[in-house]
Design a protein around this ligand. Structure first.
Ligand code: AMP
Ligand code: MG
Length: 497
C-alpha cells in the first residue's frame, strides 16, 4: 500500500467518524492486491458524485483496489456487534470492509467503503478478502435495487485480481467500492449498549442524528429525540421491508449487524429474488431453520428493531416510550405492504377490501409457485390490453402460467370488478412502472460469474445496463427477461463469500 500524489479529481476526504475518536473505529490501511483490473465501473453513480467520465483511470484503480491511499484519506474499520440468527454474537465489526472516508458530493456527503481490501482488527478468523463471485453479486444487486427504487447502499466499482482466496475451493479476490451516506448498522449501537458504554453510545447516536437525521435536532436533546429516532428507523425499516416483499427480494442474512440505521438494503450475501412464488423460500443454504425465509422477513425486521430499541434504552430510559415507537411497525408495515402490492395491481388508492384481494392472489401464486416477476409483468400487459382485446384474450397469457388455472379464474372476476371504473391505461402505466421486466435472478448472476471467471465481463455490463432501468423494454436483452432454466433451482448460495 502506498500514499499517492493527489488525484486529478479533487477528493477531499473527511474522516467518517469525524471527531468521535477511536472508541468507534481502528485506523487501518488496505492490503494491496497484485495485477488489479477493472471488472465494472459505474459511470452513472460516478457522475452523481460529480466525477468526470475519465475518473476511472489507473490512479483510481489503484485507490479502489486498496493499493494506494489517497492524500487526506484516513482509512478505518468500524466496530459493531450484533445478533446472528437470533443469538447474541458479541463483537463483530468491519472484518473486510474499510472506509476511505466521506466526500462532499453533489448528492450530499457520501461515505466510500472498500469491501475485501484486506484484514482489519475485526477480521477475527477471516482473511479480510471477498471473492469475485460474491463481489459480482453485491455489485449487480446494489445497482438492481437502486434501479427498482429501493433504498440501498450503492456500488461504484468492482476491481478484480488473480490473487487466490480460499473458500470451499480456490477463488480469486475482488474489491467492491460501496457508497452510502452512512454504513452505520443496528449493531453499531448494540455494541456500546451491550458493553455498558453509555457515553460513547450517546456520542454515536448524537452523531447519527446530526449527520443523517438533522430534522430531529429540532426536538429536545433527551428521550423525545431518541424516541423519535427509533420511530423513524422503525418507519424506514417497515417501508424497506414492504418494498422487498413486493419485489420478491430475500435478503438471506437479516442479522442485526446487517440492518442499516438509515433503512438501506446493506450487505448483499446469499440474497435472491424469487423465481416461483414460495413464501417459505429460504435463499441461504446455511439457514437451516429458515429463520430468514421470504415470508418471515417482516417479522424478523420487527425482532431486529426490538434489539435496536433495547440498545437505545439507556438514552430513552422509559421502556413504554420505546415500545410505543417500535409498535408503530405493526400498523405501518401492513399498510405499506398493501400499498406496494396494490400498486402492482394498478391501484393507486388502497381500499380496505384490497388486502383480501392481495392475500387471496398470493395464495393462488403460492399454490403452484407461479413465476413471480413474469406473473406481474404479464398481468400488467393484460390490463394494458384489456380494452383493445377484451378481458378473456388479454388475460390469456396470465392464465397460461397456471397448470390448474381454476383458482386464478376464481380470483380474476373480483379484480376486474375492483378495477372497473379505473382508467385501464392509467392502471397499466402504474403497473408497468411497478412490476419490473428485468430482475436479477440467481441464474443470471451465475452466468455473469461463470463468464467473469473466464475474463469476460460483458454480461456484468449488460446486466448493469438493464437493471438500472428494469421497468423499460430493452429489445436487445429480451433473453435476460425469461423464465429461469431448470438448473436455476439447483443453485446453492451459502454465506461463503
Ligand atoms: P456477514 O455475514 O457477511 O454479514 O459477516 C459477518 C461478520 O463476519 C462481519 O463482521 C464481517 O466483517 C465478518 N466477515 C465475513 N467474512 C469475512 C472475511 N472473509 N474476513 C474477515 N471478516 C469477515
Ligand atoms: Mg455483514
Amino acid at each position: 500500500m502506498q500514499r499517492s500524489v493527489k488525484h486529478r479529481i479533487n477528493l477531499d476526504w473527511r474522516h467518517p467518524f469525524d471527531t468521535l475518536g477511536t472508541d468507534f473505529y481502528s485506523p487501518v490501511d488496505p492490503t494491496a492486491l497484485s495485477q488489479v483490473h477493472w471488472v465494472a465501473k459505474n459511470f452513472s453513480l460516478a457522475s452523481q458524485l460529480g466525477w468526470s467520465e475519465d475518473a476511472f483511470d489507473n490512479d483510481m484503480l489503484s485507490v479502489l483496489a486498496g493499493n494506494t491511499v489517497a492524500p487526506s484519506s484516513q482509512p478505518c474499520a468500524s466496530v459493531y456487534s450484533g445478533h446472528q440468527f437470533g443469538v447474541w454474537a458479541g463483537q463483530l465489526g468491519d472484518g473486510r470492509a474499510l472506509s476511505l472516508g466521506v466526500l462532499d458530493t453533489p448528492s450530499g456527503a457520501q461515505e466510500i467503503q472498500l469491501k475485501g481490501a484486506g484484514k482489519t482488527p475485526y477480521s477475527r478468523m477471516g482473511d479480510g478478502r471477498a471473492v469475485l463471485r460474491s463481489s459480482i453479486r453485491e455489485y449487480l444487486c446494489s445497482e438492481a435495487m437502486h434501479g427498482l427504487g429501493i433504498p440501498t447502499t450503492r456500488a461504484l466499482a468492482l476491481v478484480g485480481s488473480p490473487d487466490r482466496v480460499l473458500r470451499e475451493e480456490i477463488e480469486t479476490a475482488a474489491v467492491v467500492t460501496r457508497v452510502a451516506p452512512s454504513f452505520l448498522r443496528f449493531g453499531h449501537l448494540q455494541h456500546f449498549a451491550a458493553n455498558g458504554q453509555s457515553g460513547p453510545l450517546k456520542s454515536l447516536v448524537d452523531f447519527l442524528i446530526q449527520t443523517q437525521y438533522p430534522a430531529l435536532m429540532q426536538l429536545d436533546p433527551d428521550a423525545t429525540r431518541y424516541t423519535a429516532l427509533l420511530a423513524e428507523v422503525t418507519k424506514r425499516t417497515a417501508s424497506l421491508l414492504a418494498q422487498w416483499q413486493a419485489v420478491g427480494f430475500c435478503h438471506g442474512v437479516m442479522n442485526t449487524d446487517n440492518m442499516s440505521l438509515l433503512g438501506l438494503t446493506i450487505d448483499y450475501g446469499p440474497f435472491q429474488f424469487l423465481d416461483g412464488f414460495d413464501p417459505a423460500h429460504i435463499c441461504n443454504h446455511s439457514d437451516h431453520q429458515g429463520r430468514y425465509a421470504y415470508a418471515r422477513q417482516p417479522q424478523v425486521a420487527y425482532w431486529n428493531l426490538f434489539c435496536l430499541g433495547q440498545a437505545l434504552l439507556p438514552l430513552i430510559e422509559d421502556q413504554d416510550m420505546a415500545v410505543q415507537a417500535l409498535e408503530t411497525f405493526k400498523s405501518l408495515y401492513p399498510a405499506m405492504a398493501d400499498r406496494e402490492f396494490a400498486r402492482k395491481l394498478g391501484l393507486e388508492e388502497v381500499h380496505t377490501q384490497d388486502h383480501i384481494l392481495i392475500e387471496s392472489l398470493l395464495k393462488v401464486l403460492a399454490a403452484e409457485k407461479t413465476d413471480f416477476p413474469i406473473f406481474w409483468r404479464r398481468i400488467s400487459h393484460a390490463v394494458s390490453q384489456m380494452r383493445a382485446k377484451g378481458t378473456e384474450l388479454a388475460f390469456e397469457p396470465v392464465k397460461d402460467l397456471f397448470i390448474d388455472s381454476s383458482s386464478w379464474q376464481a380470483w380474476l372476476p373480483g379484480y376486474l370488478q375492483r378495477i372497473n371504473g379505473i382508467d385501464s391505461h392509467q392502471a397499466a402505466a402504474v403497473m408497468l412502472r411497478t412490476n419490473p421486466k428485468y430482475v436479477l435472478r440467481n441464474h443470471l448472476c451465475e452466468q455473469a460469474i461463470v463468464q467473469a471467471k473466464m475474463g469476460n465481463f460483458a454480461l456484468v455490463d449488460d446486466l448493469s445496463q438493464v437493471l438500472s432501468s428494469p421497468f423499460d423494454e430493452h429489445p436487445r436483452f429480451e433473453h435476460l427477461a425469461g423464465f429461469p432454466p431448470d438448473w436455476a433451482s439447483s443453485i446453492s448460495i451459502s454465506c461463503s463469500s
